[in-house]
Design a protein around this ligand. Structure first.
Ligand SMILES: Nc1ncnc2c1ncn2[C@@H]1O[C@H](COP(=O)(O)OP(=O)(O)OP(=O)(O)O)[C@@H](O)[C@H]1O
Ligand SMILES: [Mg+2]
Length: 249
């Protein structure tokens, strides 16, 4: 049996400027996470060149790559990836242990304050809501003051109100100077960024600036679609045999 070769990324040519807020959309398997992992120095491309702050990252040793990643990049994932048996504060301390010989808990406390969770410092993940857990994960991602924050479907497990709060946190961090890349399946979240990248089959097929007009158009369109879906759901509920039985029709 021969091994099949998957080109998870294919001819991607991107420049990301410091201070940008970019969203990445695309179908499942289009290469969004692979791109994130390469940009975040988690993986190296099998061919091609990646420069990060003027340094050729793709030529670095594992150790140099890890150092660059730990100092300059923060990651946020859909499933939070927190340590369950320990407190919010200790979770936020974890990256400090990798980058500093000695550190103070005050640094972690400051990161929790930046995401509005200082009052939850001593709580464990099981004692917090999904949105709070994600904010702990964001605090952990920013505790080393990274210049780049990568978030891979960070609101995928959250309801729409909590999603709004998390996106607001990203806006605040962005206003504070962090470059943000956000992978999402939701168009109404993608248009919150200033630049949208769309991927298909490992390629960047769209790369556009989002201005207020485009944002308003997309948001209006998503609202209409959501209303239509809700109406259709309402109708099909009423028309279903179980609904008819329940209503005695
Ligand atoms: N470790 C791996 N080994 C082999 N192929 C992989 C591996 N990880 C991803 N791939 C493949 O690379 C391609 C891109 O995957 P990737 O995870 O980047 O997609 P994605 O856009 O993040 O999808 P999703 O929306 O489902 O998270 C897919 O064809 C996938 O099957
Ligand atoms: Mg993915």
């Amino acid at each position: 049996m021969g091994e099949s070769v998957v080109h998870a990324l294919d001819g991607v040519d991107l420049t990301i400027e410091e201070g940008e807020f970019i969203s990445i959309t695309g179908a499942s398997g289009s290469g969004k996470s692979t791109l994130m992992h390469i940009l975040g120095c988690l993986d190296r491309p099998s061919s091609g060149v990646l420069e990060f702050q003027g340094q050729v990252v793709s030529a670095m040793s594992e150790k140099q790559l890890a150092r660059t990643r730990n100092r300059h990049v923060g990651f946020v994932f859909q499933t939070f990836n927190l340590i369950n048996r320990t407190t919010a504060l200790d979770n936020v301390c974890v990256p400090l242990m990798y980058t500093r010989q000695s550190f103070s808990r005050a640094t972690a406390r400051k990161a929790l304050t930046r995401v509005g969770l200082e009052q939850r410092a001593t709580h464990k993940p099981s004692e917090m809501s999904g949105g709070e857990c994600q904010r702990v994960a964001i605090a952990r991602a920013i505790v080393n003051n990274p210049s780049l924050l990568l978030a891979d479907e960070p609101t995928g497990n959250l309801d729409s109100r909590t999603t709004g709060q998390i996106i607001q946190t990203f806006h605040e961090l962005h206003a504070g100077g962090i470059t943000i890349l956000l992978v999402t399946h939701e168009m109404d979240i993608a248009v919150q960024a200033d630049r949208m990248i769309h991927m298909r089959d490992g390629q960047v097929v769209e790369d556009v600036v989002v201005d207020d007009t485009r944002r308003a158009e997309v948001l209006a369109l998503t609202r209409d679609t959501q209303k239509r879906i809700a109406r259709q759901r309402g109708l099909s509920k009423k028309e279903s045999p179980s609904a008819r039985l329940a209503s005695g029709a």
